[in-house]
Design a protein around this ligand. Structure first.
Ligand code: S3P
Length: 731
């Protein structure tokens, strides 16, 4: 990329740039510049092989360099520009690493009159508390963000070259303007440093006997780690960006005053609301922005085992989503029990908090939702990030189409690839305005059309509870009747819960109708255990000889029990005990005992009633005697992954004869072997292959299992407790 890269200031950052450039072969030679007093550091840099040569005269250092990186502290950049000015070359690209950009622009203007067009301002968001070239490393910038802040006159090809350079070093490059950069960094970096320095300064002066530090726990260490950073550098950064920082300090002071007031008034509810918001917001940010950098999780499963005992699997995901949605829109306070504390349902919960709904919890599966009424949602300040959750995105698109504000719905990589036209097309027919990508995928840009939606009579081309629910929610804001006819019965939790909240919905055969006439009255909801999570244990106990398991309080809504019907057709021994109705939903305890299974042709009418359970049913089929055939299940191709292809691939790796078809699979039951399979980030695939371990004859390694947390975070512990040798490894 370059013949001669000149690094001005060969410290932690400059040294790491030189190392990364060498490691990736980005420059034929790398030279350094420093002042006389830096000679020791420069000699070390040369001895360590970080640079080829160093110079104490700037003229010698930059001679013949096609790229010059200024890696000195922000306060010194003006003097470096002044040194460079007589030797400034048209044929060289100059760039910097300063963590404030407005100050660099001003420095360049003072020295050059205008900022030169071959100066590309950049900021790698990476660092360490240690400084000097000895602390430099090859991979300081790997997977770290880097912001380029071009000016209107910056040469495009120079900017592209710097962008490529950083991408080769492993950075994730973003481009933004100078002012925006400085505002973002003031909030995310400069203010936290000030708070850490201020706290340690305050406590240090107060604490003459060093008591606080002696007893400091890891929370204090984590919070104040950045107060170990170089004080000179941070003095300079904070001074350089003071215009952005001062208003933030003022806001922080107001927030602390608010918390002080809440404590004085013993307002624990409001205090909790602030902490709970912060807690979930942080988790959401981590999932959203660090998801691709976060630890990957692998399940290692030893073959064999039996499932024995009693268990209660977590709350139903579909009902958990809906409890938050309808509870938020209700008049009054709704209490929810059994809420699923997993990423998908929490994404919905966060979205409603972002729209101004006060929700306490979850604490042990309990939520208290302070409903804002049907027209009480507020415009979210930012896009609503829905992680991996298709249900959140599809249902919310209907609800938000008829609001008086605009909104943007985003999701993770899997959700951003899933089809959304199935909801946007009928919504547009109702008068909604929603922009998607060309492929009809998220992000969804929704223009609120309050008072402008019109009811439609929609015949769904596919059996989808998400599409049906989306249109019913939109219908609550539409003129006239909104009707949805389904080609086959799908889960009816939305209809049941609407009735539970006293909102009128009419059902005639396969058609459901709703209008805008009605209000939701707060109620109490008891969410039963999720039959889709219980399914892993129903199959596990059915295939592992010696198993005997009781699954308590499982939701057995007839639109969800396809898995029981299919397993029974295959010869499974499942008893439904203690049937009762809880909060409008049928619930029972399920007793399952090992029984040899046989292959069957799965009746197509059961497909929508077991739509989420096919990955684990394929495992049952692999253990059954004879052939199992599934058809009419093309919907499986557009779930969190292409569940037909991904399961067929994995089963084949394990030695099973599994042939994918356009709309299903043909599986020849036999022996399950060992091997390494990947879940493609799909929670249900990861759990299904874990269950396969019960009948495998060798260990199974399942890659990419982090998303089990979207629906069943307790899975790995519960399955171990009941008898499967599963180890969860993080890397
Ligand atoms: C769901 C409906 C189903 C299901 C999903 C949850 C719901 O999706 O697969 O896990 O809560 O409405 P489709 O409506 O796309 O079939």
């Amino acid at each position: 990329m370059f013949n001669r890269l000149c690094v001005i200031g060969v410290g932690l950052i400059g040294g790491s740039i030189a190392r990364a450039a060498r490691q990736h072969g980005l420059s034929k030679s790398v030279v350094g510049y420093g002042r006389q007093q830096d000679i020791h550091n420069l000699e070390t840099a040369k001895r360590l092989g970080v640079i080829d040569e160093f110079y104490l005269q700037i003229e010698d250092a930059v001679k013949g360099a096609d790229c010059v990186v200024i890696a000195t502290p922000v306060a010194s950049i003006e003097s470096i520009f002044a040194l460079l000015e007589p030797f400034w070359s048209e044929h060289t690209i100059y760039t910097d690493v300063g963590s404030t950009k407005g100050s660099v622009v001003s420095a360049a203007q003072r020295v050059f009159g205008v900022v030169p067009d071959n100066l590309v301002l950049a900021h790698p968001i990476a660092g360490a508390e240690r400084s000097g070239v000895e602390a430099s490393v090859d991979d300081l910038f790997l997977n770290k963000r880097l912001i380029i802040t071009p000016l209107s006159n910056t040469r495009t090809e120079a900017m592209h070259k710097i962008q490529c350079f950083w991408e080769w070093c492993g950075s994730l490059v973003s481009v933004m303007d100078v002012k925006h950069h400085d505002a973002v960094l003031a909030a995310t970096s400069h203010l936290p440093h000030i708070l850490a320095f201020a706290l340690v300064d305050m406590l240090g002066h107060k604490d003459e006997k060093s008591e606080i530090f002696k007893y400091a726990a890891s929370g204090f260490r984590d919070f104040t780690r950045i107060a170990s950073s170089d004080p000179t550098m941070w003095r300079d950064i904070c001074s350089a960006n003071k215009n952005e920082i001062i208003p933030l300090i003022q806001q922080t002071r107001e927030q602390l005053d608010k918390i002080q007031c809440l404590l004085e008034n013993e307002d624990s509810q409001q205090l909790f609301a602030i902490f709970a918001y912060a807690n979930t917001a942080r988790q959401r940010f981590l999932n959203q922005f660090e998801g691709n950098m976060s630890k990957s999780i692998t399940f290692q499963v030893q073959p064999g085992g039996t499932l024995q005992g009693e268990a209660r699997v977590p709350g139903d995901k579909s009902m958990s989503h809906r409890s938050v949605m309808l509870g938020s829109l209700a008049e009054g306070v709704t209490h929810v029990k059994g809420f699923l504390e997993a990423e998908d349902a929490l994404a919905t919960l966060q979205a409603f908090r972002d729209m101004g709904v006060e929700i306490e919890g979850p604490v042990n599966g309990c939520l208290t939702i302070h409903g804002v009424g049907k027209h009480g949602l507020k415009a979210p300040k930012n896009e609503l990030y829905l992680g991996n959750s298709g249900t959140s995105m599809r249902l919310l698109s209907g609800l938000l189409a008829g609001q008086s504000f605009n909104s943007v719905l985003t999701g993770d990589k899997s959700l951003s690839g899933r089809p959304m036209k199935r909801v946007t097309e009928p919504l547009v027919a109702m008068g909604a305005e929603i922009k998607t990508t060309e492929k009809g995928t998220a992000p969804l840009y929704i223009t609120g059309k309050a008072g402008q939606l019109k009811g439609i009579d929609y015949v769904m081309p596919m059996a989808s509870a998400q599409v049906k629910s989306c249109l019913l929610l939109a219908g609550m804001y539409a003129e006239g009747e909104t009707s949805v006819t389904e080609p086959a019965p799908t889960r009816d939790h939305t209809e049941r819960m609407l009735s539970g909240f006293c909102y009128p919905v009419k059902k005639q055969g396969s058609k459901v109708t709703i209008t805008a006439k009605g209000d939701l009255k707060a109620t109490d909801i008891d969410v039963p255990s999720d039959i889709s999570s219980a399914a892993f244990f129903l199959v596990g106990a059915s295939i592992a000889p010696g198993s005997d398991l009781l699954l308590k309080h499982v939701g057995i809504n007839p639109t969800r029990t396809g898995v029981i019907d299919i397993l029974r057709l295959m010869g499974a021994n499942i008893e439904v005990l203690n049937e009762r109705v809880v909060g409008g939903e049928p619930v029972a305890d399920l007793h399952v005992v090992y029984s040899p299974l046989k292959g069957i042709d799965i009746p197509e009418e059961l497909v929508p009633l077991a739509i989420d359970e096919f990955p684990v049913l394929f495992v049952a089929a692999a253990c059954a005697k004879g052939q199992t055939r599934l058809s009419g299940a093309e919907e499986l191709r557009v779930k969190e992954s292409d569940r037909i292809q991904v399961m067929a691939d994995g089963l084949q790796i394990l030695g099973v004869d599994a042939q994918p078809t356009v709309d299903g699979m043909i599986i020849q039951g036999g022996t399950i072997g060992g091997g390494v399979v990947t879940s493609h980030g799909d929670h249900r695939i990861a759990m299904s292959f874990s269950i396969a371990g019960l009948r495998a004859n060798a260990p199974i390694t399942i890659l990419d299992c982090a998303n089990v947390n979207t629906s069943f975070p307790e899975f790995k512990d519960l399955v171990k407790q009941l008898g499967l040798a599963l180890v969860c490894e993080e890397s």
